[in-house]
Design a protein around this ligand. Structure first.
Ligand SMILES: [Mg+2]
Length: 344
């Protein structure tokens, strides 16, 4: 009865009330694919693919066209044998990792409904409580400072993620101003590949000398410049994280082996559940730290990362805020949230 009867894809659109600007992109809306896995028993599981052309090279039309193929590949397989399903669709890692993530989670969600055990407990049940940060996109200095103050003082987010990478001198000014306006906060600074290695080292040096409490310096330089990333790591007082550089478990292995990172930013939309699980183990073996991030997931997609993060208990920082930056008619996560506090 727990065999898969049907997999359905549905396109959903969400607006960002304020354009969300990062180096290399401005997001005004998200186009996500909602993935429903229906079992012979009638039980359903739900996942979401929030695709990325910039990071994964994915295009929405080709992802939507995969619906029949996915049905052909996993129809009739029992969700209790979920590893078998993970392996069947592992080839999507290179072509459609967000679909891989959404299908893999929907399978776990269906299993969860079938056996009455929440997904985070199927994944290990390490904790039932995590804290997320909130992100300040690229904007004029005054607006970024105002947003940081609002998120820190009014909304209570202790860790703020700050987007930089377009203009080194401006970025240094902005970080110092934000730091002075939100004393006591921690910052995850994300350059989204915007700096040269030299610029990244200058940024780290200037902010460090001004006492800015940067806890993670994320993807300062181009995804394929591993030598550059290593050079920055060796010359930065702040821990360096790979995001765009670290998509699959193989990328993570390479980055760690080559001494390029202190942190890996796992996103299910880059790795799916299966590679994300492998990276968690790799990080444990090598004493590498982890953070978990998101693309433009709604509450359905953020739910996936919340359950993954709580289940594995593997993450020092959680950057799971896309759902609160977009407009959504109805909250559909299987978790509770009050500001930064997320509970299951
Ligand atoms: Mg990033």
């Amino acid at each position: 009865m727990s065999k898969i009867k049907k997999v359905a894809f549905e396109l959903k659109e969400y607006e960002f009330p304020e354009p969300f600007k990062i180096t290399g992109a401005i997001h005004t809306k998200a186009e996500n694919i909602e993935i429903t896995v229906e079992l012979e028993s009638g039980t359903k599981g739900m996942g979401e693919a929030s695709y990325s052309y910039r990071v994964n090279g994915e295009m929405i039309a080709s992802l939507l066209a995969m619906e029949n193929n996915v049905n052909d590949m996993i129809k009739g397989v029992d969700v209790k044998d979920y590893r078998k399903i993970f392996d069947i669709i592992d080839g999507f890692s290179r072509t459609a990792p967000s679909v891989k993530a959404g299908v893999q989670f929907a399978v776990l969600d269906a299993l969860s409904a079938e056996i009455g055990v929440p997904v985070y407990q199927i994944l290990g049940g390490s904790t039932n409580r995590i804290k997320t940060d909130k992100t300040v996109g690229i904007d004029e200095l005054e607006n970024m400072v105002e947003k940081a103050k609002k998120y820190y003082y009014t909304e209570g987010y202790e860790t703020l993620k700050i987007k930089v990478g377009l203009d080194l001198k401006e970025d240094i000014k902005k970080m110092i101003a934000i730091s002075e306006a939100t004393k006591g906060a921690s910052y995850i600074v994300d350059a989204n590949q915007g700096y040269s290695p030299k610029e990244a080292i200058q940024f780290a040096d200037a902010t460090y000398r001004n006492g800015v409490n940067i806890v993670v310096f994320e993807q300062p330089t181009m995804w394929n410049d591993l030598d550059g990333l290593r050079l920055i790591r060796q010359n930065s007082p702040f821990p360096i994280a790979a995001d765009e550089s670290a998509k699959s478990k193989y990328d993570a292995y390479e980055l760690i082996k080559e001494g390029c990172v202190d942190f890996i930013n796992i996103k299910l939309m880059k790795s799916g559940i299966s590679d994300a699980l492998a990276i968690v183990e790799l990080a444990k073996i090598t004493n590498t730290k982890l953070m978990i991030g998101c693309m433009s997931e709604s509450s359905v997609g953020i739910n996936q990362s919340v359950h993954f993060a709580a289940g594995t208990g593997a993450f020092t920082y959680h950057d799971l805020d896309s759902h609160i930056l977009m407009e959504e008619d109805e909250f559909r996560g299987k978790f509770k949230q009050s500001g930064q506090e997320i509970t299951l």
